[in-house]
Design a protein around this ligand. Structure first.
Ligand SMILES: [Zn+2]
Length: 303
């Protein structure tokens, strides 16, 4: 039996500003295998349910009535509200994998024990995804990555991409038009009139950007080989100040060009020049931020 239960989910989500509500019994609900064996990844889904079904009816089905209940750990409604259904392992992923994650392999057909599942309300045959739901989707997954120590660039999968290694195209979800987030599912249907299947790498990029946006100053140490939201944020900062010679777009990877950029940053801030974003560099940047904040506070209001 798995021993990992995410009983602070409601606190995490509220803390991130999400509207959420626990479905009665969520803290102790799981599939027959109990808690998670570990949480190595997050899989995003759509329900394929009608937009006319009330959210409470959907939750009752997912968590109380379905033969394979609980289906998914949370239900993301079309208005962006997150209904929490199961703190332990849920049924949802089915056949698929194996996939590599930042913390190890998720074995073939064993996704339920090792990965968190989000079910989002969408009929999957062309219903347009509302912006509030998509914003909440990104915030939700970014919050889970941060709280669970997951790397969004390696640990987020669509149900479609989970299936690809061993049973390609078994599932299409999530799919469908996302006009407010055109990198995901594009603005409409494909040329055959089918909903466009989301690519996990574009969803990952949105989550990385969200984590960077909500993480003001990255913590040391970042160095050659570092990657993920902290590295993404450091590069964003260095680009904003003109410290990085922009060899390539920000991909969240600390490569040779970033060693040079950190040296420029360190020289500008009066920190020891090491090419590693280390604790003295982090401290110097925080002091620089404090100085700028004080300067801003001392300025008269612009008319
Ligand atoms: Zn699915």
């Amino acid at each position: 039996m798995g021993s990992i239960w995410l009983r602070e989910l409601d606190v995490w989500l509220k803390d991130a500003g999400l509207d959420c509500e626990g479905w009665p019994g969520w803290q102790t609900r799981s599939r027959s295998s109990g808690g998670f064996d570990g949480v190595r990844g997050i899989v995003i889904h759509h329900t394929a349910g009608s937009s006319r079904t009330p959210d409470r009816d959907t939750c009752r089905y997912l968590y109380e009535r379905a033969d394979t209940r609980p289906i998914g750990n949370v239900f993301l409604a079309r208005d962006g509200k997150v209904w929490i259904g199961a703190a332990g392992a849920a049924n949802c992923q089915g056949k698929g994998g194996p996939v590599m994650t930042s913390t190890g392999t998720v074995p073939r057909d064993d996704g339920n024990r090792w990965m968190f599942a989000v079910e989002a309300g969408n009929n999957g045959v062309g219903e347009v995804w509302p912006p509030a739901q998509l914003d909440a989707y990104v915030t939700l997954v970014a919050t889970l990555c941060r709280r669970l120590g997951l790397d969004p660039m390696q640990d987020i999968f669509t149900h479609n991409s989970w299936c690809q290694p061993s049973c390609p195209n078994r599932k299409i979800d999530p799919a469908g038009p996302t006009p407010s987030h055109p990198t995901l599912g594009t603005a409409g249907l494909d040329r055959y009139g089918r909903p466009v299947i989301w690519r996990h790498d574009t969803f990952r990029a949105l989550v990385v950007a969200e984590m960077a946006r909500t993480e003001v100053i990255p913590e040391a140490t970042l160095q050659l080989g570092s990657q993920g939201p902290s590295a993404w944020r450091l590069i964003e900062i260095m680009d904003a100040w003109g410290w990085r010679k922009q060899a390539r777009p920000n991909d969240g990877k600390f490569l040779a060009a970033e060693i040079d950029a950190v040296k420029v940053m360190q020289a500008a801030l009066g920190a020891p020049v090491t090419g590693v974003y280390d604790e003295p560099t982090e401290a110097a940047y925080r002091a620089f931020g404090d100085f700028l904040a004080a300067l801003a506070a001392a300025q008269p209001e612009a008319a």
